[in-house]
Design a binder for this molecule. Structure first.
Ligand code: FAD
Length: 399
């Protein structure tokens, strides 16, 4: 199925008179009917590098199939780019992935077990939500209108992408995760695949599923022996990967609309949107989020500490007549460019689909790729894509 691209989708939505925030795809574009994942001839062992959405989804499926595996994760915990924190508000704050961009049917598809009832609650947006647009020094606020119901993303209520994985996926794979294990080279020249840390520790298996962010490969942080095929090397070198930042601000009052957009909220160079991060939550905390990727993230990323806080408060004060500084309580910043095992946000929405398709191809029946930039779909850079790509990689690997 050809999915509508995000840019095309934004255009479609503008026909309804609404401007969508970002990363929005048609709810109807769910996983559809997929081939079941059935044990094949494979009887060997598997290494999985990375314990984000794709690595954990891969491990979970292998566990269901009874295949022996181990996860090697550089960080001190799991989650990758969908980590969240419970320390800032009385509901989980997603530091990376926040919205479910497809239908709720995606959640049981990840769990892949009809005996398990998924009770995670998500909520879409409503026609009476307010949409702010700031242009040429003037703020216009309108109701979103009916068109929004059929299209827009869903928020996790009282939970997050991280909590969903924590509840349904992690319990069965927890004891197979090895943390603080930073892989710097992968040798697939022999019968076995060998992954090595820079301290010389080596891990060996029959096959390896690589799930590290594409930026990690672009920075040359993992050496391959033999080198990856030329088409993959070109795709890595030319990949348009956006940096990204999320900033959360807590206020004593809610003075802002559900979404606040600007002329540069959606361009080929990046995106930025302020949004009500407490939307739908059972809370009295007023939390405004800022999501910015690509070029639009840079002004925020170039500042630190008080200067960064003052820049954001000033931007909001100008729009809301000083309300931001007057009611400000706390700030939380997550700059993904500074996360050592991500180094960016994700493959740009405007990247050609060939990039992730080429990256998804396996090499020599030994090296497999799963993750948000390694997918056969015409859409990428989202948790559901990472999980779908894990299903694809496992289907191929166990044949
Ligand atoms: C700001 C932001 C907002 C986003 N918003 C959304 C959203 O609303 N909805 C949505 O669906 N998606 C969103 N995404 C995208 C989503 O977070 C990712 O697509 C998804 O989490 C990627 O999962 P992954 O498993 O492919 O990669 P990751 O989660 O990055 O996992 C890769 C793992 O590999 C580990 N690793 C890296 N290098 C090494 C190494 N050398 N050795 C061993 N381990 C290593 C990392 O520590 C990490 O745990 C957002 C992302 C960002 C940054």
């Amino acid at each position: 199925m050809k999915m509508i691209s995000r840019i095309e989708f934004i255009k479609t939505c503008s026909l309804f008179g609404i401007s969508l925030p970002f990363q929005t795809v048609l709810k109807a574009c769910s996983s559809g009917s997929e081939e079941p994942i059935i044990a094949g001839d494979f009887e060997g062992t598997v290494l999985i590098v990375g314990a984000g959405a794709a690595g954990m989804a891969t491990a979970y499926l292998l566990q269901q199939l009874g295949v022996e595996y181990q996860i090697l994760e550089a960080d001190s915990s799991y989650g990758g780019r969908f980590r969240s924190t419970n320390d800032f508000a009385d509901f989980p704050i997603p530091l990376g992935a926040e919205w479910l961009h497809v239908s709720e049917a995606e959640l049981p598809a990840i769990v892949n077990d009809s005996a398990v009832q998924v009770t995670t609650v998500t909520q879409g947006y409503s026609a009476t939500d307010t949409y702010g647009f700031y242009r040429n020094g003037v703020l216009t606020v309108e109701e979103a209108g009916a068109g929004i119901n059929s299209y827009i993303d869903q928020k996790f209520i009282g939970s997050s992408w991280f909590d969903f994985f924590d509840q349904y996926i992690v319990p069965s794979i927890r004891n197979k995760m090895r943390f603080n294990t930073h892989i710097v080279s992968i040798d697939y020249s022999g019968d076995k695949v060998i992954a090595s840390e820079d301290n010389g520790n080596q891990y060996e298996a029959d096959k390896l599923v690589l799930t590290v962010p594409l930026k990690i490969l672009q920075l040359g942080e993992i050496r391959f022996g033999p080198s990856l095929p030329n088409n993959k090397q070109r795709a890595i070198a030319n990949a348009n990967i956006w940096g990204g930042i999320k900033i959360f601000l807590k206020f004593t009052e809610k003075f802002y609309p559900t979404f606040l957009e600007f002329d540069d909220s959606e361009t080929n160079e990046g995106q930025r949107t302020y949004y009500d991060a407490a939307y739908g939550q059972n809370t009295s905390d007023n939390v405004l989020g800022l999501f910015a990727v690509g070029k639009q993230a840079e002004p925020y990323q170039n500042l630190r500490g008080d200067a960064q806080r003052d820049y954001v408060l000033n931007e909001l004060d100008v729009i809301f007549n000083g309300k931001a500084s007057e009611t400000f309580q706390e700030i939380l910043v997550q700059n993904w460019n500074e996360q050592p095992f991500a180094r960016a946000a994700y493959l740009a929405d405007v990247a050609p689909s060939a990039t992730s398709r080429i990256m998804a191809e396996s090499v020599d029946d030994k090296l497999y790729f799963a993750g948000d930039s390694y997918t056969q779909e015409d859409d990428w850079s989202a948790v559901h894509n990472a999980a779908r790509s894990a299903r694809d990689a496992v289907r191929e690997l166990i044949r």
